[in-house]
Design a protein around this ligand. Structure first.
Ligand SMILES: Nc1ncnc2c1ncn2[C@@H]1O[C@H](COP(=O)(O)OP(=O)(O)OP(=O)(O)O)[C@@H](O)[C@H]1O
Length: 257
């Protein structure tokens, strides 16, 4: 730690080791601010370089206050590096599993609407994230931020699926807006399970374990593609708005329907 990269970024600490890269918090001595520096792992040279280039291209294109800005990208000895905005706050994963935060049905769907405003922006710009999981959503002062665009794709791209892949992987990785709704369906189950106290020993399905309103169950079944999936974000957000009206939808950030 303390090492300076590219004559500019002083490494402060390691945030994590992902599948393709190592992520650090660094101090930018030119702009005097903390940034996130992602360095590709040396062992991932071919696939990793492509993945880093795509992430840089996508982050450069997306200009949204709830998506990290790409500040810089460069190569050092054939190793790609990305420098991006440090998003303050805590991941939903840490909030639930480290801090014991709980989300009611209403709070869960209000958070979903907030996230969908960001997802709508991505989809309108032809991008699907494909990794909308609890460690990739940061909450700060009640606002949601989406990070980690390492698996994001242009909706015009195609990718061959392996026939041996389990159905869940196919639904998560499909290059279609539906894969983001599917991932967010699972994200919602994590929020909704945060208040769940088991009363019986054996595990049951989420529909049996969680006491949800009929409308919430209807939305989740479509997001999780148990029933006819949502084809676009407007259909999904219209259903959530109807559900939120039960409580009086005060002041949540809306997706423009
Ligand atoms: N822009 C950012 N602002 C704040 N924290 C970030 C940012 N980007 C990544 N992180 C954090 O850095 C850590 C490592 O992230 P990274 O995306 O490199 O790998 P990962 O999520 O652990 O693995 P993988 O990419 O394989 O899913 C995570 O804890 C993540 O929350």
């Amino acid at each position: 730690m303390g090492k300076i990269i590219n004559h500019r970024y002083r490494i402060k600490n390691c945030l994590g080791m992902g599948s393709y890269g190592i992520t650090y918090i660094a101090w930018d001595i030119v702009t005097n601010q903390y940034v996130v520096l992602k360095q590709m792992r040396k062992t991932k040279r071919n696939k990793g370089t492509l993945s880093f280039q795509r992430e840089a291209q996508i982050l450069k294109m997306l200009k949204h206050p709830r998506i990290p800005k790409l500040y810089d990208s460069f190569m050092i000895k054939d190793i790609p590096h990305l420098v991006m905005e440090l998003i303050s706050g805590k991941t939903v994963e840490d909030l639930i599993f480290k801090e014991g935060k709980t989300f009611t049905e209403r709070e869960s769907f209000e958070l979903l609407i907030d996230i969908l405003a960001i997802v709508q922006y991505m989809h309108q710009n032809g991008i699907v994230h494909r990794d909308l999981r609890i460690p990739n959503i940061i909450l700060n002062e009640g606002n949601a931020y989406v990070i980690d665009f390492g698996l994001a794709r242009f909706l015009t791209e195609s990718e061959r699926m392996n026939n041996d892949d389990v159905i869940e992987k196919k639904l998560r990785r499909e290059i279609s807006v539906k894969s983001d709704f599917y991932a967010l369906g699972h994200f919602m189950l994590f929020l909704l399970y945060s208040t769940y106290e088991p009363t019986v020993k054996e595990e049951r399905s989420w529909e049996e374990e969680l006491s949800l309103s009929m409308e919430a169950r209807y939305i989740l079944r479509k997001m999780l593609q148990i029933d006819t999936p949502y084809e676009d974000i407007h259909e999904l957000s219209a259903d959530i708005h109807r559900l939120l009206q039960r409580w009086g939808n005060g002041g949540v950030n809306d997706v423009i329907v």
